[in-house]
Design a protein around this ligand. Structure first.
Ligand SMILES: [Zn+2]
Length: 373
């Protein structure tokens, strides 16, 4: 069964490891079709690299069989019920592990054979595409949407009958205005209640308010503090704006904020370094802090992939290449060091911020962390 991507699932994946390179992580873009050529290309590459070790080669070939069987048979059936653009398979028959995760987003084809599931693309996806809600509102109508990983998920429409013009008749203009205001307030209260349910249910981190004219601002001023603090952006939009366009405009705003948040994290890191506050930076220190569960916020570069080695026995990760662990003499595995730091961080519930192109962070070794204490 394909599972939806979730924080819990990523944590589970981060906590699995073997002492041998037997784990296959396969990320596939399935927006059109499975790229079979890519799979067989990577399969051949891995076979060449494992040729000298019969045990690992057998394990790999068994795991690939499981992967292919799934892709050829079960995937199609599952996709009928779900609208995924990307999937990730995590397979180790040795550990009796098989998991497929789907997301509404395309992803770069990647196959990694390692001692543990390769989770970096998943974690990055979750950092870049946090769940948020959009409310398109005027005085008598509200449309609520939730956007998860950049794709529209749920929607709801609320409407009220509000008198717009004072028609001739018994009411004074003042009485009419008061009743109209009350009706609008009542309607907006209903929208707030619905919004609160949405937020609780879907783990929404922010809200984008949209609509024509003043109604959205009045709505904002009536929001309880917890919700008004979650408003990420306010957009002028027509009520009949096509949904795709609305989601696109909102997503641009949210992506801007996400970028600002990453840069702010680096600024915070620098500030704490200058003050001598509780921070670490550089690979060696950050490995230690995340492994010991001391990191509060892990900050890492999107583009750096420093090669290093891991000893799964000692849980030691260092830069460079070593065939045997200098501490216990067991065999090591070659790894992307930042991936290993990420796995430590996910295991201990550390917050993670990916950063795009930031010379300061690269100067600091591509990684750092604010510590809990
Ligand atoms: Zn060791």
């Amino acid at each position: 069964m394909i599972e939806k991507i979730s924080k819990k699932k990523v944590k589970e994946l981060a906590s699995i490891y073997d002492v041998q390179d037997t784990f296959i992580s396969l990320y596939l873009d399935i927006a059109r079709d499975v790229d079979w050529k890519f799979i067989s290309f990577r399969e051949n590459q891995c076979i060449s690299a494992l040729k000298t070790n019969k045990k690992l080669l057998d394990a790999f070939q068994n795991n690939i069989k499981t992967v292919m069987k799934y892709l050829e048979k079960d995937l199609k059936t599952e996709l009928v019920r779900n609208d995924f653009k990307g999937v990730a398979l995590f397979v180790s028959r040795q550990l009796n592990y098989f998991e497929v995760i789907g997301f509404p987003h395309d992803i770069k084809n990647t196959m990694v054979v390692d001692t543990s599931p390769y989770i970096r693309p998943l974690v990055q996806l979750m950092d870049e595409w946090e769940n948020y809600a959009i409310i398109l509102i005027n005085n008598n109508e509200a449309k609520l949407f939730t956007v998860s990983l950049g794709a529209l998920k749920d929607r709801k429409r609320l409407a009220a009958h509000i008198m717009n013009k004072h028609k001739k008749g018994g009411w004074s203009q003042m009485r009419f205005s008061r009743l109209r205001r009350e009706a609008i307030d009542h309607f907006q209260k209903k929208v707030v209640e619905t919004l609160e349910k949405f937020i609780e249910h879907e783990k929404i981190v922010g809200i984008v308010l949209a609509g024509p004219g003043e109604a959205k601002l009045h709505f904002k001023s009536e929001l309880p503090h917890r919700l008004s603090a979650a408003v990420l952006a306010v957009l002028d939009q027509d009520m009949d704006q096509p949904t795709e366009q609305l989601v696109e405009s909102a997503t641009i705003e949210v992506a801007k904020l996400e970028r600002a948040k990453s840069n702010e994290a680096v600024t915070m890191l620098r500030g704490q370094i200058l003050k001598g506050g509780p921070v670490v930076y550089g690979i060696k220190e950050t490995v230690k802090a995340t492994r010991d569960g001391k990191a509060e916020l892990l900050i890492l570069s999107k583009k750096l992939k420093p090669r290093g080695w891991i000893c799964e026995h000692c849980q030691v990760v260092e830069l460079g290449m070593k065939k045997k662990c200098p501490y216990c003499n067991n065999k090591t595995s070659e790894v992307d060091v930042l991936e290993e730091i990420l796995e430590f961080a996910e295991r201990s519930g550390t917050n993670i911020e990916f950063v795009d192109e930031n010379p300061l962070l690269e100067e600091l070794g591509g990684v750092g962390a604010l510590l809990r204490y």
